[in-house]
Write a protein that binds this ligand. Structure first.
Ligand code: MN
Ligand code: MN
Length: 453
């Protein structure tokens, strides 16, 4: 009678550990080099081009093509077209932005002989996580003449790194609420302390500007037209004596970007299939590169037009109606030290496979995207048939947790949508953990679903 129960167990007892390890090695290389959405788009474009994908402008309308479209350097959609688009398509969509600290538009100040950069955090963070850790500055500065300068200080072995420094415990004995103790306006980055000379005002700041000018040919005003982020400078590593986890900054959600990209490259069937890499999920999917924007619809319209459909708007609706979307995003795996926030029967366990999340939302499913039972059944069938390890997981107890993904923005267009991804321990911290099993099973799940849904 045991088979009547739904039970999961550790994938280490079921999978080939060498295969799991090999996949994790490739991922570690990726996650070390892609800490921003721009770097991830660049990486994905290189991989896609190498695999024979062409820009949408070169697509000839055939029903055997590999096509992609980059959008404003921060988002991307790629498809293997194997039939008319109106037959629908299987999509795995993820986001490539992560919580981080941004520089303010006019960042550099000097106070007490120290030059500092003012910051504004991006996404849901616990502010105290970001104090006293080594940080890199990455991003771009665009000059008035349109020249884009890539900035990357802290990621190379010989680079200096940066720190947002906290108050020493001796002078911080007041028992305040964390929201009072850690304030955004105190999250100032230390840039330096050497004065340019003895005469000038703000001589330390001036010296920093001189260094930036020598290195990048920029002046202070150029920093206003910049996307500059602070990201953890440390490297991804295997974690634990048994090396069963990977620790890294930005698993959420570049782990799904990577696994879906590799899945698309390797997937092979007669169905249309694709991936979308969105920006801005961590701040609500707003803006022209987020999931609320129109760029991927624009891509579909272009494909439809090239395939010879005249009434593009009508056929776009038909396409979306027949489209299945895996909203590929991370979930919370149980951290045994904080397990009281979960309902154990409906929470993800590290190493038990990809997490299937029927609905998101919070407190009475508000703001949820919920997969229909019919879709869940289909997904379950594909995963079981392909021997993919999976489990169910909701983000915390009903009155405690909840959260959103990009799922609802694709659902409102008419597609069938379900949330699926690996469970993380310490999500949204500068060093998130994922089980290598869940990493590998996410890739295997996305591949099976692209091919078979
Ligand atoms: Mn996410
Ligand atoms: Mn997130």
């Amino acid at each position: 009678m045991k088979e009547l129960k739904f039970q999961t167990k550790s994938g280490w007892l079921k999978l080939n550990a060498d295969e799991v390890d090999k996949f994790a090695k490739g991922y570690i290389k990726f996650i070390n080099s892609c800490k921003t959405e721009r770097q991830t788009v660049k990486f994905a474009e290189e991989v896609l081009k190498r695999e024979g994908f062409v820009d949408i402008s070169e697509y000839d309308g055939s029903t055997s093509a590999k096509v992609y479209m980059k959008f404003r350097e921060k988002a991307l959609v790629a498809m293997k077209i194997n039939s008319k688009l109106t037959d629908g398509t299987n999509l795995v969509v993820s986001h490539i932005d992560s919580p981080r600290i941004d520089l303010k538009p006019h960042p550099i100040i000097e106070d007490e002989g120290i030059a500092l950069a003012k910051t504004h955090y991006y996404g849901g963070i616990k502010k105290y996580h970001w104090f006293n850790i080594p940080l890199s500055i990455v991003g771009v500065v665009v000059k008035e003449d349109g020249t884009t300068i890539d900035v990357n200080i802290g990621e190379n072995e010989d680079d200096p790194v940066f720190v947002i420094s906290d108050l020493l415990p001796h002078l911080d004995r007041k028992d305040e609420k964390v929201s009072e103790k850690f304030q955004a306006e105190k999250m100032n980055l230390i840039l330096g302390s050497v004065p340019l000379n003895d005469e000038e005002e703000e001589a330390v700041k001036l010296n920093i500007l001189k260094i930036l000018n020598e290195k990048y040919g920029i002046k202070e005003e150029d920093l206003i037209s910049a996307d500059l982020y602070l990201v953890p400078a440390f490297k991804a590593k295997e974690i634990g004596l048994d090396r069963s986890f990977v620790g890294a900054y930005g698993h959420d959600d570049r782990i799904c970007a990577y696994t879906s990209l590799i899945a698309l490259i390797e997937a092979n069937s007669d169905k249309n299939m694709g991936i979308i890499l969105f920006d801005k999920e961590e701040i609500g999917s707003d803006g022209n590169t987020g999931a609320k924007s129109r760029f991927y619809m624009m891509f579909f319209r272009k494909v439809l037009k090239k395939q010879g459909f005249d009434d593009v708007e009508f056929y776009l609706d038909e396409t979306l109606e027949k489209t299945n979307v895996i909203s590929a995003d991370v979930n919370a795996a149980i951290n045994p030290s904080f397990k009281d926030v979960h309902d154990p029967a409906n929470a993800a366990r590290a190493g038990h496979g990809i997490v299937l999340t029927k609905y998101t939302g919070a407190r009475g499913k508000a703001g949820a995207s919920e997969a229909r039972a019919e879709l869940v059944a289909k997904v379950r069938a594909v995963l079981n048939k392909n021997g993919v390890l999976w489990q169910v997981g909701n983000l915390g107890k009903v009155d405690v947790g909840g959260g959103g993904t990009v799922a609802k923005f694709l659902a409102e267009k008419g597609a069938e949508v379900i949330d699926m991804g690996p469970g993380l321990i310490g999500m949204h911290s500068p060093y998130e953990l994922v089980s290598k099993i869940d990493l590998y099973e996410s890739y295997r799940a996305y591949k099976a679903l692209l091919e078979n849904l």
